[in-house]
Design a protein around this ligand. Structure first.
Ligand code: CP
Ligand code: NVA
Length: 333
């Protein structure tokens, strides 16, 4: 593979072509196979990356940390407190400082604008580990998982249920539009993505052969689906007050066994995680005490079923994030 990725940022899938996304997925599959075979692969030995996290994370943080270590790199973690970023120092200045010390920067936080500024001024590759608008590394892991299950992305009937205008809804729609999938967003109208983004994806779909549609009807939305995907109803950074309204809006869009039964027999259940599928979390328990519901976006039954591939997705975060770091940092020979 010719490396056209060197030095590039990974801020949104909108910046990458279908072929490039496929290349990234191929590299991830190779890195996964090497890791499974215990073949050491440390092409970025001695390089340094910094992980900036303004929001919590388990998968993304660990995938960047382990992935960087696997590739031979050193990692510095900067959490929501303890650095000058954004408080005493602008993002633009922080970008220029970090760019002098590190060979790559990961950012998870609120505004897409922040990661864009880091990408513009640091002079080294910047990777988006989630903003309010997009979560592109998650999509790579999800698509890798779909390929592992179905052998291809082209023509897959992909249905997303829930908050379709959050970072996951937006990014999955973009990814599907790029990769020639049939994307259905199933959500109440007020939780559909911006018309501007829908139009942009509809345009992309013409080129790839994808289809993009939205419906409020869960029976229509799940019919013939290969993939049923959902995410939390309230995302990080949203105020606690929105829970009550969101539960009312989205309860009809919960993925349960009735919905799964309406999809293809071979359908899989996907979720980026973390998921509220029982009361064994602090928030899950609080929601149960307040509203009397044991699971939210997905039932325990579906989450634990054989159709659920959520832990494959979680594992693939590692291999795909490794691929992104590898191709953007590996110097061309
Ligand atoms: N899916 C995902 O991004 O998980 P974390 O919030 O744990 O990183
Ligand atoms: N929409 C979720 C995704 C978590 C991985 C959030 O932003 O909290």
């Amino acid at each position: 593979m010719k490396n056209d990725f060197y030095g590039r940022n990974f801020l949104t899938l909108l910046d990458y072509s279908k072929e490039e996304i496929q290349d990234l997925l191929n590299v991830a599959a190779k890195l996964k196979a090497k890791k499974k075979a215990n073949v050491e692969c440390r092409p970025l030995k001695g390089k340094n990356v910094v992980l900036l996290f303004e929001k919590d994370s388990t998968r993304t943080r660990c995938a960047f940390q382990v992935g960087a270590n696997d590739l031979g790199m050193n990692v510095t973690y900067l959490g929501p407190t303890g650095s000058q970023m954004g408080k005493k120092e602008s993002i633009k200045d922080t970008a220029r400082v970090l760019g002098r010390m590190f060979d790559g920067i990961e950012y998870r936080g609120y505004k897409q604008e922040t990661v864009d500024i880091l990408g513009k001024y640091s002079g080294v590759p910047v990777w988006n580990g989630l903003t309010d608008l997009y979560h592109p590394t998650q999509i790579l892991a999800d698509f890798m998982t779909i390929i592992e299950k179905f052998g291809h992305l082209d023509g897959i009937n992909f249905s997303y249920f829930g908050d379709a205008r959050n970072n996951m809804g937006n990014s999955l729609m973009i990814g599907a539009a790029k990769m020639g999938m049939n994307f259905t967003g199933c959500a109440p109208k007020e939780l559909w993505p911006s018309q501007e983004l829908i139009d942009q994806c509809t345009e992309l779909a013409i080129e790839s052969g994808a289809t993009i549609r939205f419906t409020e009807d869960v029976t229509e939305g799940s019919k013939n689906a290969d993939v049923l995907y959902t995410d939390v109803w309230v995302s990080m950074g949203e105020p606690d007050e929105v829970w009550e309204k969101r539960i009312k809006q989205l309860m009809p869009y919960q993925i349960n066994s009735k919905l799964m039964a309406n999809a293809k027999e071979t359908a899989i259940f996907m979720h980026c995680l973390p998921a509220f599928h029982n009361t064994r979390t602090k928030i899950g328990k609080e929601i149960y005490d307040k509203f009397g519901i044991e699971s939210m976006e997905v039932t325990e039954e579906v989450f634990e079923s054989n159709q659920s591939v959520v832990f494959d997705e979680a594992e693939n975060r590692l291999h795909t994030i490794k691929a992104v770091m590898y191709v953007t940092m590996r110097e061309p020979k």
